[in-house]
Ligand binder design. Sequence first.
Ligand code: SAH
Length: 354
Amino acid sequence: MTNLKSILIEQINANGPMPLSDYIQQCLFHPIYGYYLKEPVFGIDGDFTTAPEISQMFGELLALSILQSWIDQGSPSKIILAELGPGKGTMMVDILRTLKIHPEFINATEIHLIEASPNLRSVQKKTLSEFDVFWHNELPSFEGKPLFLIANEFFDALPIEQFLKQGNNFFRRTVQYLNDNFTYGLEKKPTINKVLKNRLRDTSDGDIVELNMAAAKISKNIGDHINNFGGLAIFIDYGDWRSLGDTLQAVKNHEYCDIFTSPGEVDITAHVDFEILATNSECTFSKLTTQGVLLERLGITERAKNLAKNLNGKDLESHIYAHRRLTHPNEMGALFKALSLFPKQSSCPPGFER
Ligand code: SAH
């Protein structure tokens, strides 16, 4: 029977051990058997839930930060509003509904979604049916126009590489197939690059360092664009400033599992290293803020109280729980972090600090 496992084994038998990023990329986006090609991936019925699916408040509050930044930058009359990896399109529709309070912003806006999964694109088409939307497989060049861009749980889904430190060198991990199992291998030659060189000082023998080259490239393009043409980027994800250790994880039906057990059947993510997202371009960046603090600064408690006025019974209970899940340090409040990029001469977007 053909399945992703047999395809990967064939590739390894033919070409030798495979880069870890290649393994992850195929698990997530193989054109037939990739995880994101299936439905439903996330939400209550899927394998994991994301902040916009937990409550409308998430998108609504981010909308306020975007709107204020647009006003602070002189209300430019033609802008790009873009999202990386919009999932079901829920956050974008919540943002657009909120921004209807300011029709001038909506009139100035061209909406662009960057989405690699055809299934999710069709879900997004339904969610956003009342708006004109442009779709892209990859981040396009938005030459000339200010770019207001958001990404929630996008960078964690991009394939990473892992490097093992031995002596003064880093060796790339590979995926091999031995004794009927996928296992990690190691390249014989060390990898040398600028980022790894910087990590020689804060790591010890045997440590794993992860690099997300795709994230580094995308954030550089976004940051350079915002620096040149104005706008704002808000990246929210789980992770920290500079990552250390193996953070790869696989999830199926809201439970953790091994990344090698059922390729294509499980979601694979890794913690995001925000240092690379922040420092890889010429753009100014905010301090890293926890999701809980960001949402509190943007007024989630007020908003939650207002919404609660019209709710009772089970609906009220789940609304209160959603507020807690988004903000409490034992839930998503501390694990998830937010970073913003903005032009040097502009003020820091609401919710963030320089
Ligand atoms: N932002 C959404 C979905 C997060 S899941 C939410 O918060 O609910 C990750 C999303 O990124 C999915 O829509 C997935 O299809 C998309 N994605 C992952 N890797 C991608 C890539 N390389 N290019 C474009 N989209 C990608």
